[in-house]
Design a protein around this ligand. Sequence first.
Ligand code: F6R
Length: 256
Amino acid sequence: MAEVVIVRDADEAGELAADAILALVARKPDAVLGLATGSTPLSVYRAIAARHVDLSRVRGFALDEYVGLPDDHPESYRAVITRDVVGPLGLTPELIAVPGHLGPIETAGEDYEAAIIAAGGIDIQILGLGTDGHIGFNEPGSSFGSLTRVKTLTRRTREDNARFFASIDDVPVNCITQGLGTIRRAGHLLLLAFGASKADAVVAALEGPVTASAPGSAIQLHPHVTVLIDEAAASGLHNVEYYRYAWANKPAWEGL
Ligand code: F6R
């Protein structure tokens, strides 16, 4: 089962995630990271940036991207990754890929999968969780075997993301996302969620049945998952006491 760590706040989660990511990079300087966007992973990127480690050989694959935004749109995930991740962490732009930008959109899914495979696969995949239960932009109903492809965002996701745009009408309807199958191939999943708005999706992902109706539940099929959540996001979980007990008794030699 996933290791569930209930943290004080997003900053503590960011430090723990940074520990795991930088331990990986110390072992493997050209490690391959899966990069989520949105608000949730920002504390991870901040914590990594503050440690001033040389990450120039690290390779990265963004989790998803909107389809239909102009190339220079500031809220495209390519722009967000460049601004919030590549710059602050000192990554090498040529080593960071964002789906939908490698060639024509018709073959963008296959092209992205081929690029991930050519890189040797993703070592650590950072994930947020949508209020409707999505990971990446795999909305409820997505196949557990799905690979990178163009999808349609739910109204709820578009409402959630309208804060980044002038209005909901400006939020694209289509997206391209790593599939649940792609995510499940990554070596280690780091799922983060903060705030009460994520509590239902956290329960569904961690303790609900494994079902395409709750895409986050795909993590239950993965052998190495770390979940970093605050009290509010953990508020609906049944096994909180066990999660705390397991974390308190974690062998010192074991990393995340
Ligand atoms: C972003 C992504 C999404 C977000 C999710 C939560 O790359 O794949 O799954 O992680 O929508 O968004 P925030 O973090 O903004 O609450």
